[in-house]
Design a protein. Sequence first.
Length: 500
Amino acid sequence: MENRPQWGTRAGFILAAVGSAVGLGNIWRFPATAYENGGGAFFLPYLFALLTAGIPLLVLEFALGHKYRGSSPMTFAKISKGKEWLGWWQIAIAFVISCYYPAIIAWASSYSVFAFNQNWGSDPEGFLFGEYLKLAETPGQFGGMVPGVLIPIIVVWIVTLGVMYAGVKKGIEAANKVFIPLLVVMFTIIVIRALTLDGAVQGLEAFFKPDWSKVLDGKVWVAAYGQIFFSLSIGFAIMITYSSYLPKKSDLTNNAFITGFGNSAFEVLAGIGVFSALGFMAAQQGVPVAEVVSSGVGLAFVVFPQIINEFPAFNGLFGFLFFGSLILAGLTSLISIIETYVAGIQEKFHVSRTKAVTIGGGLAALASLVFATRGGLYFLDSVDYFINTFGITLAGFIEVIAIAWFAKELKNLQKHANDISDIQLGAWWRICLSVITPIVLGYMMFDNLRTNLTSEYEGYPREFLFNWGWTVALGAIFAGVLLSIRRKNKIASSNKEVSQ
C-alpha cells in the first residue's frame, strides 16, 4: 500500500522538472558561457553533452526515484545500506543552496520595483554595492543587517514556504503551472522587444557567429558539460525526489527528453534576449559587443540596469519584466531544492509534511539571514562557488560511479525505464553513464581541485575561502555521513515493509 503523494498530471510533473532546471543560470550564465566558448560553434559540444550526459543522467535519476519510490537518501539506502550517506550529502548540498538562493531572488524583487523609476541612477554599479547591498569593506565581515535585503528575503520565504506547506499537487504543481508559462510569456516579450532595438543584430551576430577553432579546445567541451550538468538540476537529489511522486505508469525516457530540450530551448531564448540587449548597449556606447559582455550578478544587477537606462521607451516595463523573470526562475528552482530535504526529513524521522517544512525550511530561512548582512555578497559568492564546484559536481560523479560501477544497477534501471517508456534505452545509454560521464566529471573535478589548490578564488583571502568555501563543501559531506548513521534501524525496517 503506497500513500506517497503524486503529481496530478504528467504536464504538472514536466512543468515542475523544467521549473527546477530553468533557473538563474539559464539567464545569466549560459549566454556568456556560449559566447566565450566559440559562439555558434559552442552549440556542437553543448548538444553532444546534452545527449551523452544531460538526458542520460535525467533518465537515470527519473528511473531511480520512480523505481525505489523515495527521497534521495531512501533511494540509495534501498540500493545498498552503505549508500544512504550519498543521498544525505546531496540533500545537504541542496540545503546550503536553499540558504543563499532566496537572497538573489530578494535582490531581483527589489530591482523589479526599482526598474519603474530607475532608482539605481546613472551609476548602477555604485548603487548596487554602495547604496543597496551596503557592501562591507573586506570579505568575512558581517557588518550588520541591510533592511533593504532582509525584508524581501522574508517575503520570499513566506511565499516559498506557503507553496511547500500546500503539498506536492496543490502547492508545487499548482505553482509551477502558473510560474513557468508566465516566465516563458514574460521572457518572450523581453526577447521580442530586445530584437527591435538598434544594435540587436550586432549582438546576435556576436552570440551566434561560430569560432570553429574552439571546437578542438578541450576546455570548451568541459564548459559544455559543465553548463549542462549545472543547468539540469542533476546530482543533488531534486530529480530523484520529483520522479518518486510519478504514477506507476509514466514514460520516463520521454519525460527526460522533454525536460532536457525544454531547458535548452529556454537557454537559447535567454541568449537571444540577453545578446540583443547587449548589442543595443554596445551601439549606444559606440563600443564592440565584446566590451559589454558580462554574466552572473554583474549582468543582472549592473549591466541590465545600464541597458534599461538607455531604453528609448517603456524602460520601466522592460526592467520589471526582466527582474520578474529572474524572480520566477529563482522561485521554481528554490521550491524544488527545498522539496529534497522536506521529503528526506519526512521519511527519515517519520514526521508530517508540515513538521518537515517547518524544521527544514525554518533552519534554511534562519541561515539565509547571513546573506542579508553587509558582507552577504562575499559570503554568497564563496559558498555558491564551492558548493557547486566541490558539492554538485563531486556528488554527481560519485552517484554515477556508485550506480554504474559498484551497484551495477544500470541494466536493472534500463529495464525499468524501457518497460514503461516509448523511447527504448540501449547499450548507448549505459556507455554514456559508465564511461563518458565519469571521465568528463572526473576531469572537471581534477581541474577544479588543481585550480583551487594553486590559486585563491577571485583573489579572496585564504582564511575567508577556508571558512566560507572549503568548510561548507566538506561540511556537507560530513552532514551526509552523520545523518545516515542515525536511526538506521528504522530505515532497515521500512525497507522490509517495501519489499513485502
